[in-house]
Design a protein around this ligand. Structure first.
Ligand SMILES: Cc1ncc(COP(=O)(O)O)c(C=O)c1O
Length: 410
């Protein structure tokens, strides 16, 4: 944006006022709130010496063998569009990966390679939701589900997930919300921001309610590789789910590939065909060099049982145990989260809600955490701390948080 202004100034053209326009902007878009995370991190961006436990992205660089494959593909001149669905070899590799790691079978033509899991969520919602349809969204949850459901004219219905239930989705909470009339259920596990994981038994327990209300399940499994204490589960692998589930995942978190914008969606063929219609007109295809990187990530990764992914996971696990211990010692109550790389801690003992706590901490000690209400009303008295950052940074952040809370240094 600043680039544009410089251009206008140099040419002596009038400066554009970006806050006002005569253009008619879609009312639904106007109603959508900017992300509560971004809003907070615009402030953090003005503080270069702030310590951030805010961002939801790996602090690791993409493993070299993956980067190298992308470089080689560019050297060879593979720089054109791929087929809309994605490079066939990548779709095949995704199918093999899902079968080996999660025991769920998809043919290449049931898969679309997308611009991150973000595009996959959008495609799935647009393919499924008609104006007025209810979309059940566990709360707290990742920030994009509600606005994307709203953009399709859907009616987002929060399903409250309580701390005492380890933030899991329970059949009771689902029943209560589904009564309001819904066609789609989003299942975002392991969960951002709570780290909650749904075991096979937890998922099985929801099936009677899902069948009763004939819900289609949109399962966002982007953190599935980052499951620590229990077996990794894909919802589609649980009996009764395959035909009613769309699986969304990607490379951003497990392979530390956020900037490559590479994700995928797998579904029953008719649903994939519907999503492909939208994808071919909007994204056309995912970036081709990223797709070559993705092929290497899966194919070469398979040769050593995804050692690079497992090494990163083990490091997250060490940090997880440290930060959960330190948070509880400060009175910021939290359980050991079963997945992802976030701790969702209660600020109740401090007498502050999550937003007041986070703003105060940032101003006093320059430590950035995310207010829990960014993920829905249910997160109001919590903060999200990401442990996708080094143990040294986590230790320094804890030292500053203790000072903020007037506690002696441990
Ligand atoms: C639950 C969840 N789904 C999807 C995404 C987006 O992933 P991608 O980078 O693949 O678009 C994120 C990113 O933070 C996330 O937390």
């Amino acid at each position: 944006m600043s680039g544009e202004n410089i251009f206008f100034q140099k040419k002596g053209l009038p400066r554009q006022n970006h806050l006002q326009t005569k253009m008619k902007i879609n009312k639904i878009v106007q109603q959508i709130k900017p992300s509560g995370i971004r809003e907070f991190f615009d402030i953090v961006a003005t503080m270069p010496d702030a310590l951030s436990l805010g961002v939801g992205e790996p602090d690791f660089t993409t493993p070299w063998y993956i980067r190298d494959a992308a470089i080689k593909s560019v050297r060879k001149g593979y720089t054109s569009y791929s087929s809309n669905r994605g490079i066939h070899e990548l779709c095949v590799e995704i199918g093999i990966y899902l079968k080996e790691r999660f025991g769920v079978e998809y043919d290449a033509d049931q898969i679309i390679v997308t611009v991150g899991a973000s595009e996959a969520i959008d495609l799935a919602l647009r393919a499924l939701v008609e104006p007025g349809d209810g979309v059940l969204i566990p709360s707290p949850s990742y920030v994009s589900y509600l606005p994307l459901a709203t953009l399709c004219g859907g009616r987002p219905i929060p399903v409250e997930c309580r701390e005492e239930d380890e933030f899991k989705l329970t059949p009771e909470a689902l029943e209560e919300a589904a009564k309001q009339g819904a066609t789609v259920l989003i299942m975002p596990y392991p969960n951002n921001p709570t780290g909650a994981v749904m075991t096979k038994e937890d998922i099985e327990a929801l099936l009677p309610t899902i069948e009763k209300y004939d819900l289609t399940v949109l399962s966002d499994e982007i953190y599935a590789e980052l499951t620590y204490d229990t077996e990794k589960v894909s919802v589609a692998s649980v009996d009764g789910y395959y035909d009613r589930t769309i699986v969304i995942s990607g490379f951003s978190k497990a392979f530390a590939m956020t900037g490559w914008r590479l994700g995928y969606v797998a579904a029953p063929k008719a649903v994939t065909a519907a999503m492909l219609k939208i994808h071919q007109y909007t994204a056309l295809c995912a970036p081709t060099p990223s797709q070559y990187a993705g092929i290497a990530a899966l194919k070469e990764g398979r040769e050593d049982n995804y050692q690079a992914v497992m090494d990163m996971r083990d490091e997250y696990d060490r940090r997880r145990r440290y930060i959960v211990g330190a948070a509880n010692e400060m009175g910021l109550r939290c359980r050991l989260p079963g997945g992802a790389f976030y701790v969702f801690a209660s600020t109740a003992s401090t007498g502050m809600d999550g937003r007041t706590f986070a703003k105060g901490l940032l101003a006093a000690e320059k430590v950035a955490v995310v207010p829990g209400d960014a993920f829905g009303e249910a997160g109001k008295n919590h903060i999200r701390m990401s442990y996708a950052t080094s143990l040294d940074v986590l230790r320094e952040a804890v030292r500053r948080m203790r000072r903020y809370l007037g506690l002696p240094q441990a």
